[in-house]
Design a protein around this ligand. Structure first.
Ligand code: FMN
Length: 226
């Protein structure tokens, strides 16, 4: 795998790049969780597209930008005062984040694939917030009625020999190991491969980005359509 080059993405909320019709109105709350340190990253642009698409479908969008909000992925002792007690009180920050999860009908984490895993920032959000007694460990899962779309960007192309590692990540630790383990009933995944558009420039690069946006929007539309 070649080392990635930084991408700068501007104007991502520009509606002229939107491909296709907006899906029919649905309503409810959508939590879009974006994990990237650069606000002009392609990841942020894709998250903005996903949020716009959900809004167009009638959702009230809670955009959680983990980096911008200063989320600290490190667990603290106060986060888990009594590990074995599912009724324990976690830290205020953990409860505040989980309230946003609980309020959501639809959850869409948007992130770059790093070392065939989640960025530490997003991993830490799941580690700290999706906790025992909150997201799992109840006979009646609080997550059962929710729907989820894991929307990831991978630098390698879909035909790369290592692409199966990316697919394995989405189908294993993310879909099954996290969402389904917590009882989320409707789980979808979408990987935007070749996110960096290797060797492209000018109009070809713009077209490539439009295709990626279109793929992301199509994945959101499918989620919304249920
Ligand atoms: C630390 C780091 C690790 C990465 N690891 C992978 C990887 O394991 N697989 C992959 O396909 N791309 C990998 N990439 C490429 C990123 O997925 C790619 O740069 C990103 O999707 C581009 O979007 P961005 O501009 O929003 O970061 C890595 C990039 C970085 C910076």
């Amino acid at each position: 795998m070649d080392r990635p080059r930084p991408l700068v993405c501007t104007g991502f909320m520009n509606s002229e790049n939107t491909v296709g019709q907006s899906p029919a109105a649905h309503g409810g709350t959508a939590l879009v969780v974006v994990s990237h340190h650069r606000p002009d990253s392609l990841t942020a642009a894709v998250a903005g597209r996903a949020a716009s698409r959900l809004e167009a479908a009638g959702y009230s969008v809670d955009l959680l930008d983990l980096h911008a909000e200063g989320f600290d992925p490190r667990n603290r002792v106060a986060d888990e005062p009594d590990y074995g007690n599912r009724d324990k009180t976690y830290s205020d920050e953990v409860h505040a984040h989980f309230r946003r999860v609980r309020a959501a009908d639809v959850i869409v984490p948007v992130f770059p694939v790093w070392w065939f895993g989640l960025p530490a920032l997003l991993k830490g959000w799941f580690d700290r917030v999706w906790n025992y007694g909150l997201a799992y460990g109840r006979s009646r899962s609080p997550m059962a009625e929710k729907r989820m779309l894991w929307l990831g960007l991978a630098g390698i192309p879909a035909h790369d020999p290592n692409a199966d590692l990316v697919r394995g990540l989405f189908d294993g630790p993310l879909r099954r190991g996290t969402s389904e383990y917590c009882g989320v009933s409707d789980v979808r995944t979408a990987v935007l491969f070749d996110s960096e558009g290797e060797d492209l420039s000018g109009g070809a690069r713009d077209r490539h980005y439009r295709e990626l946006f279109s793929e992301a929007e199509a994945a959101v539309d499918k989620l919304v359509a249920g």
